[in-house]
Design a protein around this ligand. Structure first.
Ligand code: SF4
Length: 203
């Protein structure tokens, strides 16, 4: 695990808690999170403890679900499926971002119970690698136009019909120690302007 954000409106439908996992073997050129590629640098967590923490945070923050992103959740599908199953059993939804395509994951799931379990515990899947040459400005949350949304349960089926009407969001969190964390999605120009402005203020 790399990071948990207790409350966000920028990483999926509604108010959510987000979990960034550490490690990704896909390594898309232009990825916004290359610091999450290595298997080192994260914090190993017991799935039961992590699920309890996420459920607690969800209750405190009144969120509707948990978003798994990274890093690559399906590179560690077994522990994440255990987390997702426990979280989902409380009524929270699970949204998962993956750089693999759903078709590939379904093929693998014929022989991989871990992949099958994480797919079965996911309500909304965004699949496909990030393609820097085809950024997605029309839909929320997706990084590039090749990526697809899949409702794997009934929970978000109707949401997919109105995706184009949902704006992308970029969130800036100022921590108690003065450090700044940014999450969500914006085009390069907006992001550059924001970071330039933050840098100016810091100086
Ligand atoms: S799958 Fe996601 S985390 Fe991995 S390289 Fe691609 S964009 Fe980055």
């Amino acid at each position: 695990m790399n990071r948990i954000l207790g409350k966000t409106r920028a990483e999926g439908p509604g108010l959510r808690t987000a979990l960034w996992v550490q490690g990704c073997t896909i390594r898309c050129p232009g990825c916004f999170n290359p610091h999450l590629w290595s298997n080192r640098g994260g914090t190993p967590r017991d799935p039961g403890d992590l699920a309890r923490e996420l459920i607690n945070l969800a209750e405190i923050n009144g969120v509707e679900g948990i978003t798994l992103l990274g890093g690559e959740p399906f590179d560690q599908a077994l522990p994440l499926a255990a987390v997702a199953q426990r979280v989902r059993a409380t009524g929270l939804s699970i949204m998962t971002f993956t750089g693999y395509e759903l078709e590939t994951l379904r093929e693998w799931s014929a022989t991989r119970s871990d992949i099958k379990a994480l797919l079965a515990s996911t309500d909304l899947l965004v699949d496909g690698p990030y393609r820097a040459g085809s950024p997605d400005h029309a839909r929320p949350w997706a990084g590039s136009a090749n990526q697809s949304f899949h409702a794997l349960s009934q929970r978000y089926e109707t949401l997919l019909d109105g995706l184009e009407g949902i704006p992308d969001r970029l969130e800036v969190h100022v921590r108690a120690d003065g450090s700044i964390a940014v999450n969500g999605w914006a085009d390069d120009e907006t992001l550059d302007l924001l970071l330039e402005d933050l840098g100016r203020r810091q100086r």
